[in-house]
Design a protein. Structure first.
Length: 242
């Protein structure tokens, strides 16, 4: 809808046209030599071969990471969306870091806003975003690429445009506000989360809070190693303590 997929795909096509000696749709272009163009775009499966959509995605990405060189062009559109949110974010984060380490030219489109912090940590990573104008409850896609990050997506607006029932869209908006509050900073790596005040430090009035001891215990729980009953018992005990 906003045009980011079109933008990154046209980049790959322009590079390909230039390397075949063709004209490109631009008044002026400086395009360096590329040894290969790698793309991971779209969603497809190979069920006849026992491969899910996510498996195909990971297989294609693995091929890119194993064979890309500093002279390659890599186009990635939405990595990690075919699994759980935390798994997908972790994979997308690690894949982006690997590509940065390879040093190839790459365009990586994602809705994982947490990834935009990589530009602050890695010197060869830059954020770009598609310009959007908000007009009341409406949005207008401007189809312009601007420097810098964006802090939100417009999936609910697109769902509304697509014709989802009004009550469904309104409910999704309510849930988005709730989930945004609950998950703020939680998906960031430990070294990038806001720091808790040091023990004994004076708290700022209205702006800082001490964690309840149950919160610290919750952080130490290894949910992957617990049975559903153990997890239920732990939750019941934490609720009693709170």
């Amino acid at each position: 809808m906003a045009g980011k997929s079109t933008f990154i795909r046209q980049t790959a096509l322009i590079v390909l046209l230039a390397h075949t000696g063709s004209f490109v749709p631009a008044e002026r272009a400086t395009i360096g030599l590329v040894d290969r163009i790698f793309t991971r775009i779209g969603s497809s499966d190979e069920l006849h071969a026992g491969q899910s959509t996510f498996m195909v995605e990971m297989t294609e990405t693995a091929n890119i990471l194993h064979h890309a060189t500093p002279r390659s062009l890599v186009i990635l559109d939405e990595i990690g969306r075919g699994t759980s949110t935390l798994d997908g974010l972790s994979l997308a984060w690690a894949i982006a870091e690997t590509i940065a380490r390879i040093g190839c030219r790459a365009l990586f489109a994602t809705h994982y806003h947490e990834l935009t912090s990589l530009a602050e940590r890695l010197p060869n990573v830059t954020n770009l975003h598609v310009a959007v104008r908000e007009w009341g409850e409406q949005i207008i896609f401007l189809y312009r690429i601007l420097p810098g990050r964006t802090d939100r997506s417009y999936g609910i607006h697109v769902a509304k445009i697509a014709g989802l029932p009004r009550e469904t869209v309104d409910r999704a908006s309510q849930l988005l506000e709730t989930l945004a509050v609950q998950t703020e900073h939680s998906a960031l790596p430990e070294d990038m989360r806001p720091k808790s005040p040091a023990k004994g430090a004076q708290l700022g009035l209205f702006t800082e809070y001490l964690d309840h001891p149950a919160i610290d215990e919750l952080r130490t729980l290894n949910l992957d190693a617990m049975t559903p009953m153990q997890a239920f018992d732990a939750l019941r005990e934490l609720k009693q303590r709170l």
